[in-house]
Design a protein around this ligand. Structure first.
Ligand code: ZN
Length: 401
């Protein structure tokens, strides 16, 4: 009897616990699960955004295939989001400054006020350790450069950045300075006219390696680093912009050190079809790119003739830099008769040329001593590049494109 009452009481208690407890458990767990679901949802959207980010995907795939094929060819995931280019039948000339595939050459210029909006210093080794404008590249190109250098390193090749972005103003300074110190003829052979340098796009960089003392000259083309670069650069979206078999088309002599970012799709297409940008865009240079600029038409190219006025020709006496403006009267008169023509790029310059020509010749002898002092801007002291090469690079050879 007592047992039965006890049992009944226990049942009652259980029922009460059940009735009160269950809702608590149900509501509680509902809260827990919905909270978890919420968290899970935000986690998954975050990760899907992350994976949709092409740069992340590339990074991931690069980690996956670190292995390289014995031939020195690196395997990189090329199956990215860019659409493959299969032909250039309907391609139109891309002269949009901010376009990744823009073409800039001796006849296609950038606006003097064009400055890329997304410049940054790529996370790679440079031949200089301090900050300099020339370390800058556009974001996308800089990130690709990092992958290129990493890819090279994985294969035992150490590449080094030397000179990338060059503003219009800096190119102007270099160009006019070179004309002053080395003459027009020599300068136009090696220096781009401001506005015509691919370096202004922020998509080009001159690179080198330690074994050639970070020089930007033919010696880099002899290194195993260059061999690797030549066959692998396109996998990272870069091209050798001025190859040795395209000089007539590009207008520049072979520059193994100058690479240009164009994106993987175009780089792959150009590499596989052995084309340079000019060929791809079916661009025909007029008159074999014969340099149209002269002392007579500087203004047509946005250059103030005063900025290339040579002081007096007393090579032995260097301490005459300040009075540079006074001793120029001889050239003044010659400039006046100029018809100040409109867009005529090729004014005949018979009489004046001869007067100027002697300069280049003299310049040869002068250069060695002048360069160190005059090319100041170009030859930052900390530069690892040997003083002899610098003029050839920033001031000469490389300056250019
Ligand atoms: Zn260059």
């Amino acid at each position: 009897m007592q047992n039965r009452r006890k049992k009944a009481r226990r049942m009652k208690l259980l029922r009460r616990i059940f009735l009160v407890g269950l809702p608590i458990v149900v509501v509680g767990s509902m809260g827990y699960f919905s909270l978890k679901q919420l968290l899970g949802a935000s986690e998954s959207t975050a990760s899907s955004q992350f994976y949709n980010n092409p740069s992340y995907q590339e990074e991931a795939s690069e980690d996956d295939d670190n292995n390289s094929i014995p031939g020195g060819k690196t395997t990189v995931d090329t199956g990215d989001l860019e659409e493959e280019i299969t032909n250039n039948d309907n391609v139109t000339l891309d002269t949009t400054p901010e376009s990744i595939t823009v073409i800039v050459n001796k006849e296609l210029r950038l606006p003097s006020d064009y400055i890329p909006s997304d410049l940054l210093v790529p996370d790679v080794e440079y031949s200089i350790t301090y900050y300099d404008e020339k370390k800058l590249m556009r974001k996308e190109a800089g990130e690709a450069l990092k992958k290129l250098f990493d890819g090279a390193e994985e294969n035992g090749y150490i590449l080094c950045g030397v000179s990338a972005y060059r503003s219009y103003d800096r190119q102007y300074q270099i160009f006019t300075n070179n004309v002053k110190t080395q003459g027009m003829e020599h300068t136009t052979k090696y220096s781009a006219i401001p506005g015509y340098s691919e370096h202004q796009t922020g998509l080009a960089i001159d690179i080198s390696t330690k074994s050639v003392n970070y020089r930007l000259d033919a010696s880099f083309g002899e290194t195993p680093e260059y061999e690797w670069l030549k066959t692998n650069a396109h996998l990272y979206g870069f091209i050798i912009r001025y190859p040795d078999d395209k000089t007539a088309m590009t207008g520049y002599s072979f520059e193994p050190w100058h690479i240009r970012y164009v994106g993987k799709a175009l780089a792959k297409y150009l590499y596989e079809n052995n084309m340079c940008l000019e060929e791809y865009y079916k661009f025909t240079p007029s008159e074999d790119y014969s340099q149209a600029i002269s002392y007579d038409n500087l203004e047509d190219y946005g250059i103030n003739p005063d900025d290339v006025k040579v002081p007096t020709r007393i090579p032995t006496k260097k301490p005459t830099p300040t009075p540079s403006l006074t001793p120029t009267p001889t050239e003044e008169p010659t400039d006046t008769p100029e018809p100040t023509p409109t867009p005529t790029k090729k004014p005949a310059k018979p009489t004046k040329e001869p007067t100027q020509t002697p300069e280049p010749t003299e310049e040869v002898t002068v250069t060695p001593e002048i360069t160190p002092t005059d090319t100041v801007t170009v030859t930052p002291t900390g530069e690892v590049v040997t003083p002899t090469e610098e003029p050839g690079t920033d001031g000469g050879t490389e300056i250019i494109p």
